[in-house]
Ligand binder design. Structure first.
Ligand code: ZN
Ligand code: ZN
Length: 362
């Protein structure tokens, strides 16, 4: 991981902004910029250097992990250490404006920081520059994402072994999560969704104590974290003998998903990708049952920029990794969703998820 280069990009951004320093508080951004994987820290990026603040629990770990920043171990509250470091700059800091991550620092923390700073130093919300930088994955990141996707895909094979009528959703999820840990996953990237029967119509139906019964779909949406990077995939299977209506809905979602994937290439706006999936489902008379957006970026976080949704103007670039996951949901009845992860390449995209999308009835 080239942390120096990543920080250099932030510095270039800083040079063109109205800030003298950026205070990074969002842990995935901190990890991205300097490698720290712990749960408490602030990274202060200045034009000429970076300083990383953490507490005494992370003394050894921070010195091992952090690259491109001086490590300060705080003996008191972290924000106080940040305030003191800035105050120690004395005259140099007079007139500084410190940019904070408005999406991540709480109002309480912001106010505390402002109180700790010497007079003449201001605090203002900065744009989500690091998140924008993180949209484009480098080769190291793509390698890690590929490995996470491969490991994650193996969990569906396990699901198919244990998913039968009479089995509880939670038991299927438990088997998948156990398999994930045994295969080396650090953790799940979100609580595994195994949603059967009418619960499959809930786009985010976590695995419950519901027993799986014939005559409905089961939406399986799951992912792992490996070496810090997330995977995310959905497959939907039918239990019992499927009706023509179930087949039709499934094939429509599959076609919509393929249409969106076909639109993924550099230069295309993410809103257009969303539109391609919607167009297919509208043509099939299912447009109003597709109630969420088509996808999202994935990386150090399970949901990150860009949002692949109607009206979104972000333009796809090589190195972006997004999900494509249209679905249709009939409340009280059942739902279908199919989700793959795709990487934008120089002239199109690569579907990373290896799992078949053929209709499965069990
Ligand atoms: Zn998912
Ligand atoms: Zn997703």
């Amino acid at each position: 991981m080239n942390f120096q280069d990543r920080q250099k990009q932030v510095r270039e951004h800083l040079a063109t902004s109205r800030f003298e320093a950026l205070l990074i508080s969002h842990l995935p951004n901190i990890r991205y910029l300097c490698g720290f994987t712990g749960s408490a820290g602030f990274l202060l990026v200045r034009e000429d250097r970076s300083v990383f603040f953490t507490d005494v629990r992370y003394d050894t770990q921070a010195h091992e992990e952090v690259k491109g920043a001086k490590v300060v171990i705080a003996r008191k509250a972290l924000l106080s250490a940040v305030g003191e470091w800035i105050a120690a700059q004395r005259k140099r800091a007079r007139g500084w404006t410190i940019g904070i991550e408005g999406d991540h620092l709480t109002v309480g923390e912001r106010n505390r920081l402002a109180d700790l700073l010497p007079s003449g130093v201001r605090v203002k919300g900065a744009s989500a520059a690091v998140e924008r930088q993180r949209m484009i994955k480098d080769q190291d990141e793509l390698g890690r994402i590929r490995a996470a996707v491969q490991l994650g895909a193996g969990l569906f094979d396990r699901a198919l072994e244990v998913l039968h009528p009479g089995v509880k959703e939670a038991d299927v999820a438990a088997e998948m999560e156990y398999t994930a840990r045994r295969a080396g996953a650090e953790e799940m990237s979100f609580p595994t969704i195994i949603a059967s029967g009418p619960r499959s119509a809930l786009p985010h139906g976590r695995a419950s104590s519901q027993t799986i019964a014939p005559g409905g779909f089961v939406v399986c949406d799951f992912g792992v974290i490996l070496a810090g990077y997330c995977s995310d995939q959905t497959r939907t299977v039918w239990v019992g003998t499927a009706s023509a209506e179930a087949h039709r809905a499934y094939e429509a979602v599959r076609e919509a998903q393929q249409a969106a994937i076909n639109a993924v290439r550099p230069g295309t706006r993410v809103g257009e990708v969303d539109g391609e999936a919607r167009k297919v489902l509208r043509k099939e008379g299912l447009g109003r049952y597709f109630t969420h957006s088509t996808g999202h970026g994935v990386g150090l976080e399970i949901h990150e920029a860009p949002r692949v949704a109607a009206g979104q103007e972000e333009v796809l670039k090589p190195g972006m990794v997004i999900t494509i996951e249209p679905g249709v949901y009939f409340p009280g009845k059942w739902g279908v969703r199919i989700e793959d992860m795709v990487a934008v390449t120089a002239n199109g995209c690569e579907v990373l998820t290896p799992t078949s999308k053929d209709f499965v009835a069990i």
